[in-house]
Design a protein around this ligand. Structure first.
Ligand SMILES: [Zn+2]
Ligand SMILES: [Zn+2]
Length: 343
């Protein structure tokens, strides 16, 4: 089968690899569509970030819509023909965290498309618990967004966003805009997006942002202060992963408010802890998701989440590098999520 393999920075190869078969407890799916994630883009442009160097070459991809074509021994939840999407993590089920249901914190974890071969291939084989059935009302296109929506729903949960809250989101990529949708579903009364790109900022407005604050348009903290009577946000969600964005998120949070860190960082930054002490702000991390895919699918099925406009284009699999990865790097203003048409 064809697969897109990551060999190193700026070195993705579309090549023939052996077709995998499911082991006990695993599902084999025929991939239809795959989304290029910000993480995939970081691995391409600046990796290795999360791919352990000894795992290369590895097939990228963890956001997909597919159909089950085979199941391994002991799999009862799925049958051949089911339309499914999935989450990326593999967990041991036995460690301290798994025993408490905190699978995202597993001590022996793997991740599809980073440490295990991913779905930028004709077939994906992964554990049955990582798959979720798609109802008829959720298209394959939108099904590819379940994974990033799950990330954002988890971030909103980590930040304990409550009805009536003011939320600030740092970042105008897929996770930033999915977090805007997730905050809206959680009942936030006002949602401000700190954006870098005008096209994406316009998208944020169209998706219900109360206002967009552009970087380079003065101090974003002062701008948010003007918009919130000097208070700032109850919850600020950092979705970028640059050295200075966590500090910005903390400064956007009001006294006693919370900053949630979702970004994946290529390098460390510096942090002024005096922005915590007298303001009693909280700082929490948010690592992928636990079971938020279920929530995401339910919200998509009844129309309460409508992320369709995030999809900028669908391009042929064999042109993934030129029409997908390179385009996302060169034309950030007009592109958010590009899907690869696999089969
Ligand atoms: Zn992703
Ligand atoms: Zn575990």
């Amino acid at each position: 089968m064809k697969a897109l393999k990551w060999y190193g920075r700026k070195d993705l190869r579309y090549e023939d690899v052996p077709e995998p078969s499911p082991r006990p407890g695993q599902v084999k799916a025929l991939i239809n569509l795959v989304g290029i994630c910000g993480t995939d883009l970081k691995e391409y442009a600046a990796g290795p970030c999360m791919i352990p160097p000894d795992k290369a070459p590895v097939t990228l991809g963890h956001e997909f819509a597919s159909r089950v074509v085979a199941v391994g021994e002991g799999v009862t939840e799925f049958k051949v023909g089911d339309r499914v999407t999935g989450l990326g993590y593999w967990c041991c089920g036995q460690c301290y965290y798994c025993r408490r249901g905190l699978y995202n914190l597993c001590l022996n974890s793997d991740f599809t498309g980073l440490t295990k071969d991913g779905c930028m291939a004709e077939y994906l084989v992964a554990p049955d618990y990582s798959f979720y059935r798609l109802p008829d009302s959720v298209s394959d296109e939108v099904g590819t967004l379940v994974e990033p929506l799950a990330v954002s729903l988890h971030a909103v949960r980590q930040g304990e966003v409550r009805p009536g809250d003011t939320v600030a989101i740092v970042g105008d990529g897929t996770i930033g805009l999915c977090s805007l949708l997730a905050a809206r579903v959680a009942g936030a009364a006002a949602i401000y997006v700190v954006a870098k790109h005008k096209g994406r900022g316009r998208m944020a407005s169209a998706m219900g942002a109360t206002a967009v604050i552009y970087l380079g348009d003065g101090d974003p903290v002062a701008r948010l202060g003007d918009l919130t009577g000097g208070l700032g946000a109850d919850v600020a969600i950092e979705c970028v992963g640059q050295p200075d964005t966590p500090q910005l998120a903390v400064r956007l949070a009001r006294r006693g408010g919370t900053a949630v860190i979702v970004g994946v960082f290529e390098r460390p930054g510096s942090f002024d802890f005096s922005s915590m002490t007298f303001s009693e702000r909280n700082l929490v991390g948010s690592s992928i998701y636990i079971d938020e895919a279920k929530t995401a699918i339910a919200l998509l099925a009844d129309g309460r989440l409508d992320p369709g406009r995030l999809i900028s284009a669908t391009v042929p699999f064999k042109d993934a590098v030129t029409m997908g990865f390179e385009r996302l790097l060169a034309e950030k203003d007009d592109n958010i999520k590009i899907l690869l048409q696999i089969s």
